[in-house]
Design a protein around this ligand. Structure first.
Ligand code: IVH
Length: 741
């Protein structure tokens, strides 16, 4: 992460807008990686720093709050494929404490808040923070009726069938005295023992790799087929509740104890205490036991014990004030760096990867870690300042042969945080990044970042689709879950088909069926090679000959059916699938909403690319700035893309983007601009609400604007609207207009 951030006070309005755009994209990306792909690349602390910075900038520039502002959303939207469930009470996140002082502060805040009640004895519970996935289990009259993931906190996914396969989750509550309706909340996780067993089973059958227990638990919970979930032994600890028709008990501690009586597993490490010393002593005890628990925990959660006090203290921005998660420092281990390989990404970035002697860090084995870019290897950021990894500065470079310190924070991808200089071998030489692409040989350059005027930290291959690595990665992106979502055509098959010459560009995917025999041959050859490799590794003499039946790849029809099923993709998915730089899924959705049809998108894109100033052609879209417009012009200005897109559009017909109109909405189809200060809703709520009602929300007033909603302090936009004779209403008028006044 850069250390060159300007203080928020020093930002100009333009800089703030640019940074909010970047933060929205970055946070959305990290959210997606965490919640949907289960593969985060930054630590919680780094993620918190991004959201804090976003909130600080928004506080200083409220008029710049974006429609897609990350402050309006907790987590990522639910993945598709499961029905959506609205939680009776939102599922919140926890404020974090990183030091003992933070915990002292928490207790001080509690004391101050309740200062007027002199004889009040505030008690707290302390228990491990389990590093899994939270789930909400709805019981009606003691019967488990529905279970859901957290999702975005308000709406999750219905994974009842999968949760039913977990032995720790009772189908009917034991004992008595349970509320008529209660949402029991807790953590689904996978033990190290089960994780290792699953990895061993998978390795024996040539199956996939599993990264860590948390991601594997997440993947297991999202299975469409519950028998797959059942085959992975998952566990569940109950520690909280959402909606409940009555309080389970007067205190947190007794409520959770009751969950135990009703048949749930509860943490044996939960205590009740009254002083900060007791809480911190318990934190140290749990920390000592951490490595022998057999499952991942990443801290200790403290909660105010008395429910009445919890209610009085309340919530702030999606977090209870009355609870805090005291995180453990990240785990570390030392190993030797044996080599540095370069991977070429979808957009051509050369990513150096360190190959390490395998080492265990917090329950997982680490063999390679990303080295990000050449500055990172050199130990300097683009300002020449020492790199910070986690909480340590690493002012030295990384060399092959070095002994390095690996850190794994929670479920975050491991990082190198330090080099043990005393152990540096005499022959270790400085690493020099190559300036050509290792895959296609094209020059690999560091572009000058227009905004900073400095070279980008990452080198990029200039070969574009000539480069096999970029072509393959683009294809993988095209078929991926958030994009065209072609099931059965995963990364492995894409590589295979590409290497066998069956695929060059996305359009070829849709003609695979016409080359059935070749596809079958490629799949068969791989299968045979895998079988032989397995036999060889077992050292077995029997060489299995595949039967004729086995030679026909039974998944083939399924694969072709999955491809056929995506010939009419949603426009936003299609735009995202194109893999245009800086166009993530949120931006793709905004573009789809604005242009409605692929024809319009392509024609405006091409016109903008050909124009001297793209802004004269490209409509102003709230949330889309110069970076994205520049990237779109780059894409549409490239003749090769033109050909690829043309061929692709001969195969697929993206559906026009239709807004789900709520019947009778008075603003459906209207273009609305919100300006000035809104008091009853945030900017992002206003935008979401208008869009739900079928309106289009624009960032600036033009002749196309139908309605301006102006709050106090509205300036030039209000004046423009009056000049253009556009209808202007205030916030209350808006609520009346949409029938909620
Ligand atoms: S209490 C109202 N207790 O941490 C507070 N959460 O950062 C609700 N978690 O989404 C949460 N162990 O997934 C609570 N003992 C524990 C926990 C715990 C793990 C997770 C949970 C939540 C996240 C919040």
């Amino acid at each position: 992460m850069g250390t060159d951030l300007k203080s928020v006070q020093a930002l100009s309005s333009e800089e703030a807008a640019d940074e909010l755009e970047r933060l929205a994209a970055d946070i959305a990306e990290h959210n997606r990686r965490y919640h949907q792909d289960d593969s985060p690349v930054i630590s919680d602390a780094e993620f918190d720093a991004l959201t804090r910075r976003n909130a600080e900038i928004e506080a200083r520039f409220p008029e710049l709050v974006r429609a897609d502002s990350p402050s309006g959303a907790v987590g990522a939207a639910p993945a598709e494929g499961f029905a959506k469930v609205r939680h009776g009470v939102p599922m919140l996140s926890l404020a974090k404490a990183y030091t003992d002082e933070d915990v002292v502060d928490f207790l001080e805040r509690a004391k101050r808040f309740f200062a007027r009640d002199e004889d009040l004895d505030i008690a707290f519970t302390a228990e491990p923070k389990i590093d899994g996935l939270s789930a909400s289990l709805r019981y009606e009259n003691g019967v488990f009726v529905q279970g859901a993931t957290r999702g975005d906190g308000a709406v999750g996914e219905d994974i009842t069938a999968n949760l039913r396969t977990i032995a720790d989750i009772p189908h009917e509550l034991a004992g008595s005295g349970w509320p008529e309706t209660i949402e029991i909340r807790g953590e689904v996780y996978m033990s190290y023992a089960e994780f290792e067993a699953l990895k061993a089973r998978s390795a024996a059958s040539g199956g996939q790799d599993y990264v860590n227990p948390r991601n594997t638990a997440a993947g297991s919970l999202r299975q469409k087929d519950p028998s797959v979930t059942a085959s992975r032994k998952l566990n569940f600890f109950a520690y909280a509740w959402g909606f409940s028709s009555e309080d389970p008990a007067p205190t947190q501690f007794d409520a959770v104890r009751k969950f135990g009586d009703w048949g749930f597993r509860i943490s044996p490490l939960m205590i009740r205490a009254g002083t900060v010393e007791e809480l911190i002593a318990h934190y140290r005890r749990i920390e000592e036991q951490r490595s022998s628990l057999g499952y991942d925990i990443d801290g200790v959660v403290y909660k105010v014990d008395q429910l009445e006090l919890q209610r009085r203290w309340g919530f702030i921005s999606g977090e209870p004030r009355w609870a805090v998660a005291h995180k453990f420092p990240a785990e570390r281990a030392t190993t030797t760096l044996r080599g540095i390989d370069i991977q070429v990404g979808r957009t051509g970035t050369l990513a150096p990867v360190a190959r390490l002697d395998p080492v265990g860090v917090g329950g997982v084995t680490v063999e390679n870690v990303t080295l990000h870019n050449e500055d990172y290897i050199a130990g300097r950021d683009s300002n020449g300042l020492p790199i910070r990894g986690g909480t340590v500065e690493r002012p030295v470079d990384i060399r092959i042969g070095d002994t390095v310190v690996i850190q794994r924070a929670g479920d975050v991808i491991p990082q190198i945080v330090d080099v043990v200089l005393d152990k540096r071998p005499a022959d270790a030489t400085e690493y020099r990044m190559r300036d050509t692409c290792p895959v296609c040989g094209s020059p690999a350059t560091r572009e000058i970042n227009e905004k900073t005027g400095r070279p980008d930290s990452r080198r990029r291959c200039t070969g574009e689709l000539v480069c096999a690595a970029q072509a393959v990665e683009s294809l993988k992106h095209f078929v991926s879950r958030g994009a065209m979502d072609i099931e059965g055509l995963g990364a492995e098959n894409i590589e295979l088909f590409f290497n066998s010459g069956l695929l060059r560009t996305a359009a070829d995917i849709f003609t695979l069926k016409e080359r059935r025999a070749d596809v079958q041959r490629a799949l068969f050859e791989r299968r045979e090679a895998q079988a032989q490799a397995r036999e060889a590794s077992k050292g077995a003499a029997r060489k299995k000959v595949l039967s004729a039946e086995e030679r026909t790849y039974e998944g083939l029809d399924k694969l072709f059916a999955a491809i056929e099923a995506r010939r009419e993709p949603e426009l936003d998915r299609f735009i995202f699938a194109l893999g245009i730089r800086h166009v993530g899924d949120t931006t793709a959705a905004m573009l789809a909403r604005t242009f409605s049809t692929v024809e319009e998108f392509v024609s405006v894109g091409k016109a903008a690319a050909a124009a001297e100033d793209p802004h004269t052609v490209f409509p102003s879209i709230n949330g889309i700035g110069d970076t994205v417009i520049g990237a779109l012009c780059g894409f549409f200005g490239n003749e090769r893309n033109d050909e690829v897109l043309k061929a692709l559009l001969e195969q697929v017909r993206p559906k026009p983007y239709v807004i789900d109109l709520e019947a009778g909405s008075a603003v459906a189809g209207k273009t609305v601009v919100f300006t000035g200060t809104l008091t009853r809703m945030s900017r992002s709520e206003a935008k979401a609400m208008a869009e739900r009602l079928g309106a289009k929300v624009a960032g600036s007033v033009s002749a196309k604007t139908d309605l301006v909603v102006a709050g106090p302090g509205a300036g030039s936009k209000l004046k423009q609207a009056t000049d253009l004779g556009i209808e202007v209403i205030d916030e209350d008028g808006w609520f009346i207009r949409v029938g909620q006044g």
